[in-house]
Design a protein around this ligand. Structure first.
Ligand code: HEC
Ligand code: HEC
Ligand code: HEC
Length: 449
């Protein structure tokens, strides 16, 4: 979709919303500024609970520039409409949220409106956070207000007219923001309900895993059908899941909480950040998320067990056109991926990898180029990146071979383009962190202490 098409769509959205109704929601009053509350005024257990909730909500991922101060904002979040910079949510009185009352914070979480009454862009995933309970908002507020105050003025968004007019967001909200607290399903267990509350709300899993429409909203009819984030594919997590061995609750728990499962491997890119946050969350909450997601994924078909999947991935003779890729695999990959070595150096048999059975080669290209970096201070899986030792053409041959040998789906088209795109985005992220998200796009930012 072209940019002018998108803008036309947004104007149409305003019109559909009805000009009068749009005006009514467009205006929001300011909430009076307060003196920044003293950190000691918040009970320690409330702050601790808020820390866990902030980890579930990934607040740090979007609000912290790598190597900068926590929660000081300024991270460029790319969208199809332009770049939106995250805000400083430290308790700094001038540039952060130090003068925000708890009511102002809760309004931002629930309605996407800042203290002064301006509409916030839904890049801040308040379409999910709207479900968060008063108690949880209180704990999040306590946690943020007890962080170090950092003076960091907002950076200007890069959006074209009319999207740079915040009032346009009012029309978007009329269509796509469904306010309401979570209504427990009495037919389900307390654990399932806890998981649903977190997944659909604070954890905003669908923000990456659900495809979006032309106006940038999640498509309600395609919940968890797979989405895009920072040149990664966030795989489908419903019946369309491309995982070779179907997910079940136990494997989801291990992957989400410990970062690895023998049938599925490890999380990379933006998901690596989600998982490293979930490692700091009470296990009971991660288990609840796993129970709920297992139901979203649906019951596993009985014929796709680990043994059956691996038997299919046993090599036949490589076709002539694949000889090149087969040779690269044997020399550079098989030692770790077929040796049965345990982690951190042993990788899963690639017949088990969703990266190879996924709908496009993006994630696989990203992994081959940049490898798998270990989590800070932990003995977690490590794989070297091949960006410096392989040409794009060699990587394309390798990917083509891997898909044909280990995948059960038709060959990918446009592998060369995917490799070139991956190299372009990975170069920026390569030396900074596991994900492009933390990579400051602006070199001036990189020099900040
Ligand atoms: C996917 C990225 C993303 C995540 C995750 C995220 N935010 Fe944000 N947030 C943003 C962006 C971008 C903005 C700025 C929006 C704008 O300028 O309209 C923002 C704005 C805000 C604001 C408004 C601040 C102001 O000065 O107007 C608050 C408060 C906030 N976020 C709190 C949170 C909390 C709390 C969490 C975790 C529970 C969180 N955010 C998670 C991207 C994110
Ligand atoms: C910031 C975007 C983002 C968010 C938020 C996110 N994911 Fe992901 N997720 C991804 C990406 C990207 C991948 C693919 C990672 C890879 O290739 O290793 C992924 C992979 C996964 C996988 C592996 C699927 C497979 O078949 O291999 C699972 C399971 C998963 N996510 C569950 C979740 C759950 C549950 C949540 C919420 C708690 C969540 N994700 C939130 C981006 C996200
Ligand atoms: C030094 C050992 C090592 C080498 C060499 C290596 N890998 Fe890996 N690889 C790993 C580890 C460890 C992981 C993370 C654990 C996992 O997911 O299997 C991994 C993960 C992967 C994944 C993701 C699997 C998943 O979780 O879905 C893919 C795909 C992959 N490697 C492909 C390759 C390819 C292709 C090559 C050769 C160009 C290669 N690897 C070389 C160790 C290695």
């Amino acid at each position: 979709m072209t940019r002018s098409g998108i803008i036309g769509g947004v104007i149409a959205a305003l019109a559909i919303g009805g000009a009068g109704a749009a005006f009514a929601v467009a205006w929001r009053p300011a909430i009076a500024a307060i003196d920044p509350p003293a950190p000691q005024s918040f009970p320690a257990d409330l702050v601790k609970h808020g820390r866990e909730l902030a980890a579930i909500g990934n607040c740090n991922d979007c609000h912290t520039v790598r190597e900068a101060k926590n929660f000081a904002g300024g991270l460029p979040v790319p969208t199809p409409f332009g770049t939106i910079f995250s805000s400083n949510i430290t308790p700094d009185a001038d540039t952060g949220i130090g003068r925000w009352s708890e009511a102002a914070f809760a309004r931002a979480m629930r309605s996407g409106v800042d203290r002064e009454g301006r509409h916030l862009y839904p890049t801040f995933p308040y379409d999910h956070f709207t479900n968060v309970s008063d108690e949880d908002d209180r704990a999040l507020y306590a946690y943020l207000m007890t962080r170090e105050a950092v003076h960091a003025p907002a950076r200007e968004n890069q959006l074209a007219f009319p999207l740079n007019q915040r009032v346009v967001v009012a029309g978007w909200k009329l269509l796509f923001l469904h306010r309401g607290t979570y209504q427990p399903n009495p037919a389900k267990s307390a654990e399932w309900n806890r998981g649903a509350y977190l997944v659909e709300g604070l954890a905003h899993c669908g923000a990456c895993h659900t495809p979006r429409n032309a106006l940038g909203a999640e498509r309600a009819s395609a919940s968890f059908a797979g989405g895009d984030v920072d040149n990664w594919q966030a795989y489908a997590l419903n019946a369309q899941s491309p995982a070779p061995v179907p997910w079940e609750a136990g494997a989801l728990y291990a992957y989400l909480h410990r970062g690895w499962h023998p049938d599925h491997g490890t999380a990379r890119g933006p998901m690596a950040e989600v998982v490293s946050n979930l490692a700091q969350v009470p296990p009971s909450d991660v288990r609840a998320i796993a129970i709920y997601m297992a139901e979203v994924l649906g019951p596993p078909p009985p014929d796709r067990r680990r043994e059956a999947v691996l038997a299919e991935a046993t090599p036949g003779p490589a076709a002539q056109t694949e000889a090149q890729g087969a040779a690269i695999y044997a020399a550079a990959c098989a030692t770790c991926h077929e040796s049965g070595r345990p982690p951190p150096y042993g990788g899963i048999n690639l017949g088990l990898s969703t990266a190879i059975s996924g709908p496009d080669p993006r994630n696989l290209a990203n992994i081959v180029l940049s490898g798998v970096r270990p989590l800070e201070g932990e003995r977690s899986p490590i794989m070297p990146g091949f960006a410096d030792s392989m040409s794009d053409a060699q990587i394309a041959q390798l990917l083509n071979y891997l898909r044909s040998r280990f995948g059960r789906q038709p060959a990918w088209s446009d592998i060369e383009k995917a490799v070139a795109d991956a190299r372009r985005t990975e170069t920026a992220a390569l030396h900074t962190s596991a994900g492009a998200r933390h990579a400051p796009a602006d070199p001036a930012q990189r020099d900040k202490p």
